[in-house]
Write a protein that binds this ligand. Structure first.
Ligand code: PMP
Length: 353
């Protein structure tokens, strides 16, 4: 770092993204990317003419994409914000509504604590229950913003919509941000509640269930005043936050619902099968409704399993946080990738005996 950096920023602990190796080819089950390509319509939409138009700025209002998102979620375009990945939506939400503090889980998406620190927000970190589930009662009547990932990451565990509604209802004086990055793999979305409650922002992404992680498109659905707040920050930082090609790709993805519904269901089916096989090999596995599996085995520390798999060309995600350091988070790949994973895990575990 240079000697010019603001000392408060210099001291921040950064978010560490999962490895994106550029050297050798791994079976990549570490960053919850989709195992299948984007829909053929998406690939066809990114034409040479669209590339040629890159000389022009993108639409700062994201009109077409907002209209399609609104139609998809039964809202109006003024209820939709589009961000550069859901990370940007979450970033703006922390900036906008968390001055008075924010409550979130100890084991959840790692960016929440980074944003809290970045903006000097007083964070109330609420431990998950012993079984790693969220205790919703702990999020009622907080008098500060509440941030919940549902399904949670990296556990994959979900709260039902009526429980989310109770949390939202009990916090009328603060924003409740529900991060639904993984909802399409088996969770229950709270987007319909945004019509009833003006303090709820539901955050979604094209990175997971729509195979567009590299395009960086996320969104928020909520009351139009909440959306105005996010727009305000966008127009104070980066009005052209979504590039032209990503706008085109995301809009085409919304037109390809049948393709994604089928592939999302296939990922969910592959997850169920792999979870069953891991349990049969002695793993404790959480009841994930996301596109990843969260698993631990009493015979091998999480870090050792991660290293052994990496040496065999398979990347999974290991977190060093003490409470979950014996777990690994394994993204659900294709059935073939999961077979290779499980065959390798069997060999590793058998080698211990
Ligand atoms: N929320 C959760 C819970 C996530 O796991 C991720 C992915 N790392 C994100 C949000 C951000 O995803 P993106 O910025 O790609 O939309």
């Amino acid at each position: 770092m240079s000697r010019f950096i603001d000392s408060r920023l210099g001291a921040l602990e950064e978010y560490v993204p999962g490895e994106q190796p550029q050297d050798k080819k791994y079976i990549k089950l570490n960053t919850n990317e989709f195992p299948y390509p984007p829909a053929p319509q998406v690939i066809a939409a990114v034409t040479a003419a669209e590339v040629a138009d890159l000389r022009l700025y993108s639409d700062p209002t994201c009109k077409v994409l907002k209209e399609k998102l609104a139609a998809r979620y039964g809202a109006e375009p003024e209820n939709v914000f589009v961000g550069n990945g859901s990370d940007e939506v979450l970033n703006f939400a922390f900036m906008a509504w968390c001055r008075g503090g924010a409550a979130f889980a100890d084991i959840t998406y790692g960016f929440y604590s980074v944003f809290a620190e970045l903006y000097g927000i007083d964070a109330e970190v609420i431990p998950l229950k012993e079984d790693l589930s969220v205790d919703p009662e702990e999020y009622m009547n907080k008098g500060k913003a509440v941030v919940l990932a549902n399904p949670n990451a990296p556990t994959g565990l979900c709260l039902p919509r009526d429980t989310i509604e109770r949390v939202v209802k009990s916090n009328p004086g603060s924003a409740v941000i529900v991060d639904e990055a993984y909802v399409d793999f088996g969770g229950e979305s709270a987007t319909e509640l945004t019509k009833k409650y003006d303090n709820l922002l539901v955050v979604g992404t094209f990175s997971k269930s729509r195979a567009l992680a590299g395009a960086r498109v996320g969104f928020g659905v909520g009351d139009k005043e909440l959306i105005r707040d996010l727009e305000k920050i966008k127009y104070c930082t980066n009005p052209y936050n979504i590039n032209r090609l990503s706008l085109v790709a995301a809009a085409a993805a919304l037109d390809a619902r049948a393709y994604y519904d089928e592939k999302d269901a296939l990922v969910a089916e592959t997850r169920e099968k792999a979870q069953k096989e891991l349990r049969a090999r002695g793993f404790a596995v959480s009841e994930s409704k996301a596109n990843f599996i969260f698993a631990t085995h009493e015979k091998i520390p999480g870090g050792a399993l991660y290293e052994a798999l990496k040496a065999r060309g398979i990347l999974v995600r290991h977190f060093t946080v003490p409470r979950i350091r014996d777990y690994n988070r394994i993204t659900v790949g294709t059935p073939e990738e999961m077979k290779t994973l499980i065959d390798n895990i069997k060999e590793i575990i058998n080698g211990l005996e």
